[in-house]
Write a protein that binds this ligand. Structure first.
Ligand SMILES: Nc1ncnc2c1ncn2[C@@H]1O[C@H](COP(=O)(O)OP(=O)(O)OP(=O)(O)O)[C@@H](O)[C@H]1O
Ligand SMILES: [Mg+2]
Length: 322
């Protein structure tokens, strides 16, 4: 069997279109054993399409990918033995219980009987599924289903793991538990690709991040490098009166900086102030001069959210100018 190189997962110029839609274009990255790579992007960015190509579920249109040196397109059967996947709409049987589903996966991967029972019991314990493990999956809550999906991906202890939005719909405690499980797997040497819409999740878990938008990589790097490259502090203010938000937005925006508001929070505004602390002070003074009361303010380093918004904002500007 042909084995060409040793990176756990190597993706080169991967592309896929559905009719007119270029779902994935020219995406390249590598994952080594023990590394977590995050694919971050909004709805429709191409995350699931990338995962599906890597797991042999859909054909690759252009470019190539290999798992432990085995070509995904050329040796799909070998590749399937080397990867675990927890996808959006994963392949668990709704009529079976969690224990039965996990046992079925263990048999599919040809684990011997004794190991099979042990592995299933370990996973049920690790993901805290004991209370529902013996009733059918169609009765599970969304979060219980997600836990079963991820546990099923781990049955064969694959060297490469692909997790497509593993924590969507999980409550904060379940999310924290899953983050811990993912970190532990990476420490034990699993190469992990994680897709997420949660910037905080990528920041917490990923050693390296690719930000996808419209199927393309719009930025990549370590979380700290992505934040450092942005090189701008953020002034965040909390208004006492929600009614003052429009006036406050126009005052904060008069130095040409982009003012960002959160649609779900009518009292918080953020504005990028570069590394100029005096500009932040000037803005606070101007709010005060206009009798806009603040209940809180903060000057902080950029988060990945800011990186993401900055990338989308600059793209908007380009498209408006064009
Ligand atoms: N089978 C298909 N037929 C046609 N278009 C498709 C198909 N699958 C995906 N697409 C399109 O490809 C693009 C990328 O979709 P994809 O599912 O990869 O996005 P995503 O990043 O996973 O989004 P989400 O965060 O919503 O899960 C979208 O525009 C989507 O509509
Ligand atoms: Mg998706």
């Amino acid at each position: 069997m042909q084995r060409t190189e040793s990176a756990a997962l190597r993706v080169q110029a991967l592309g896929k279109s559905f009719g007119d839609v270029q779902a994935v274009a020219d995406v390249s990255f590598e994952v080594r054993a023990g590394q977590v790579v995050g694919l971050l992007g909004p709805n429709g960015a191409g995350k699931t399409t990338t995962v599906k190509m890597l797991t042999t579920l859909i054909p690759i249109d252009s470019g190539s990918a290999s798992v432990a040196g085995f070509d995904v397109a050329g040796q799909p059967a070998v590749v399937r033995q080397l990867i675990g996947v927890a996808g959006q709409g994963a392949a668990v049987d709704e009529k079976l219980t969690a224990r039965e589903n996990l046992s079925l996966f263990a048999r599919l991967y040809k684990l011997p009987g004794s190991l099979r029972r042990q592995r299933v019991a370990d996973l049920i314990d690790r993901f805290d599924m004991e209370s529902f493990a013996d009733r059918p999956a169609h009765t599970y809550s969304g979060g219980q289903r997600r836990r079963l999906d991820v546990a099923a991906a781990l049955v064969a202890e694959p060297p490469v793991l692909l997790l497509d939005e593993p924590t969507t719909g999980l409550d904060p405690r379940s999310r924290a538990d899953l983050w811990a499980a993912i970190r532990e797997l990476a420490e034990q040497g699993t190469a992990i690709v994680l897709t997420t819409q949660y910037l905080e999740e990528a920041d917490q878990l990923a050693d390296y991040i690719l930000i996808l938008d419209g199927g393309r990589v719009v930025a990549e790097g370590t979380p700290s490098a992505l934040k450092r490259d942005l090189d701008r502090d953020v002034l965040q203010v909390q208004l006492t009166e929600p009614g003052a938000i429009l006036r406050a937005t126009s005052i904060l925006g008069q130095h040409g900086q982009q003012v960002i508001s959160d649609p779900t929070d009518s009292q918080t505004l953020q504005v990028a102030v570069g590394d100029d602390a005096t500009l932040a002070l000037k803005m606070l003074r101007e709010l005060q001069d206009n009798s806009i009361a603040l209940s809180d303010f903060q000057l902080r380093r950029p988060t990945l959210d800011d990186v993401f918004l900055a990338l989308t904002a600059s793209k908007d500007r380009v498209s408006k100018e064009a």
